[in-house]
Design a protein around this ligand. Structure first.
Ligand SMILES: Nc1ncnc2c1ncn2[C@@H]1O[C@H](COP(=O)(O)OP(=O)(O)OP(=O)(O)O)[C@@H](O)[C@H]1O
Ligand SMILES: [Mg+2]
Length: 223
């Protein structure tokens, strides 16, 4: 299986003298379902940030979908992000846009016609049980509702990789199940590679997965 995200001895730091991730190596293959776990503050979101290019490694090599992240240009990053679906821990929905427009965004960037974008956005909003609120604005939604819209947006353009930072952090068991089922289905039917940060691996996950535990600045594979 080919590598989709490969890190070799990477160091991730916000301040050069205080690395958060130290000399860490990992290899995520195409179509894998990967959980990243670890206690609060251990660096899970930091690792996800490096994968979408918001934080570049200070040392070591990180390659995402064939793009070398160390000195990546903004043009290359723009290209890469078309292949990524990101669910941010704090959702990052656009407050001035309706739920439907938020989900249409990655499709519009992909150059699809407004009609195609609308149909696809509405299909995904049905999946996350948010179709009734498609005309609402993010500030009018609960945290869990915003999280479900963020998931619909991440899946909308059928990305190669989904990077999901605590995608069920604000959801009850019922809504969490919907989200995990959607991710499982993307892996199974679309061949998507899933990287999800969570502090609780769902008991009902029922798919092959790989788990990394982040501790003391390193990713340890849990076998
Ligand atoms: N923008 C930033 N500037 C400086 N330090 C940061 C920044 N973002 C995070 N950190 C620090 O990096 C460390 C790891 O943070 P990170 O957000 O990756 O943790 P996390 O594992 O995702 O935690 P949580 O489970 O609470 O979301 C923390 O000590 C945090 O203070
Ligand atoms: Mg985090």
């Amino acid at each position: 299986m080919s590598s989709v995200i490969k890190a070799e001895n990477i160091v991730l730091a916000y301040k050069s003298h205080e690395p958060i991730i130290r000399n860490t190596t990992f290899d995520i293959k195409s179509n894998e379902f990967v959980f990243i776990t670890g206690k609060s503050g251990s660096g899970k979101s930091t690792v996800i940030k490096s994968m979408y290019g918001a934080l570049k490694p200070s040392f070591g090599d990180l390659t995402v979908c064939g793009v070398k992240m160390k000195n990546v240009s903004s043009g290359k990053l723009k290209f890469l992000r078309k292949h990524l679906g990101v669910v941010f821990q704090d959702y990052k929905l656009i407050n001035e846009w309706s739920v439907e427009q938020n989900v249409m965004l990655p499709l519009m960037i992909g150059g699809f016609s407004p009609q195609v974008c609308k149909v696809q956005a509405q299909k995904l909003l049905k999946h996350v049980d948010m179709i009734d609120k498609m005309r609402s604005f993010p500030m009018e939604l609960s945290g869990g509702e915003q999280q479900r819209v963020a998931m619909a947006r991440a899946l909308a353009h059928n990305p190669v990789v989904i990077l999901a930072d605590e995608p069920t952090g604000n959801l009850d068991d019922y809504s969490s199940e919907i989200i995990w089922d959607l991710l499982k289905s993307a892996k199974k039917h679309l061949g998507t590679t899933i990287v999800a940060v969570t502090h609780k691996i769902p008991q009902t996950i029922a798919t092959d997965y790989k788990q990394y535990f982040l501790d003391n600045g390193k990713m340890h594979e849990v076998i």
